[in-house]
Design a protein around this ligand. Structure first.
Ligand code: VTB
Length: 314
């Protein structure tokens, strides 16, 4: 089964409208308002679509998220059954402070094909090389860099690794520095960070480090369409984390997930820029119209490109 291509445009419209809604709060130092605007817009537009959708990754569980909560059903109930993962505002700090890289993101797969990721941290690794045993979460940083260097025929000093700038990554960053690898530090937004391996124009060979689990699933969907590699391992630190994971059906807490275990079958990914960043430009308002840029992928048709839409502001 494949997902009809007409849904690509429909989901791109959903993320572009959510990005527009959030864009009114850019630079206003109010993360919550910027997020709420994107959530409200995304939810109402998804509800207008002829789909039987269910949120597998959203704003949290019902208790703490009245909207786009995990398990929430969306759509008119006429149409295909989809698993839906959303991050209506990825990079809340970027939007609140008018910094580059705020995105509105959605990933879709056919029902039961998208991993329901708990809201915990995930150790991640992605590269453009989709070959077994080159880069692996179980290898040391040194082994990954040497393998990648050999495979790409590039000296370590000509490789670039992208990683979030966090104290928890100090050891990895030191190892990368010792190996003379160029390090691209990002302050937030590891969905985008992971996707920088998809095209040589970004000059990133490997993305690694620990970030949000839900963000890992979103990134994995696009990486699958780009035929890049991804592995993730959840980190369950507290008993509470473990209990929630158990409820979601996770038995092995230290399992390393391969990309295909996170997303399988056909999928769609859309990421619209709220503020301009590496992947896409942000929302621009021109009179009663707005212009959006969305990175879209559709696994079965091989579509992967940035689309520019000009729509009326209603
Ligand atoms: C990432 C990143 C987000 O949170 O998942 C990160 O993609 C992880 O959490 O944009 P910490 O900030 O605790 O490291 C964000 O940076 C913010 O939601």
């Amino acid at each position: 089964m494949t997902i009809n291509k007409k849904f690509v445009d429909q989901f791109a419209i959903v993320t572009s409208k959510a990005a527009l809604a959030s864009s009114y709060f850019v630079g206003k130092k109010d993360k919550i308002a910027a997020d709420k605007a994107a959530v409200d817009s995304m939810r109402s537009n998804l509800n207008n679509m002829d789909i039987q959708g269910q949120i597998v990754i959203g704003e949290g569980e019902l208790d703490d998220a009245p909207m786009l909560y995990i398990g929430e059903k969306l759509g008119t109930n006429n149409g295909p059954k989809f698993d839906i993962a959303v991050d209506p505002l990825e990079g809340t700090n970027f939007a609140a402070n008018n910094l580059p890289g705020a995105l509105s993101v959605i990933a879709i797969a056919e029902k039961n094909n998208l991993f329901e990721a708990p809201e915990t941290y995930m150790e991640k690794i992605s590269t453009k090389v989709n070959e077994k045993n080159v880069v692996d979460l179980d290898y040391s940083v040194k082994k990954n860099i040497f393998n990648l260097s050999e495979y790409l025929n590039k000296k370590p000093e000509n490789l670039t690794a992208c990683i979030m700038d966090r104290p928890r990554h100090n050891k990895i960053i030191k190892e990368l520095n010792d190996l003379n690898v160029n390090v691209k530090l990002i302050t937030d937004g590891d969905v985008c960070g992971a996707l920088l391996v998809t095209d040589d124009k970004y000059n990133v060979d490997i993305f690694l480090g620990t970030g949000g689990g839900p963000e890992g699933v979103l990134a994995a969907t696009a990486l699958d369409a780009f035929d890049c590699s991804f592995q993730g391992r959840f980190l369950f630190e507290t008993n509470d984390d473990k209990n929630r994971a158990k409820k979601m059906g996770i038995k092995d807490f230290s399992k390393k997930y391969e990309l295909k275990e996170i997303v399988s079958g056909d999928s769609i990914f859309c990421a619209t820029g709220i503020t301009s960043g590496d992947l896409v430009s942000g929302i621009k308002i021109k009179g009663d119209q707005f212009v959006s840029e969305t990175l879209v992928t559709h696994k079965s048709s091989g579509l992967k490109k940035v689309i520019k839409l000009e729509q009326n502001i209603l």
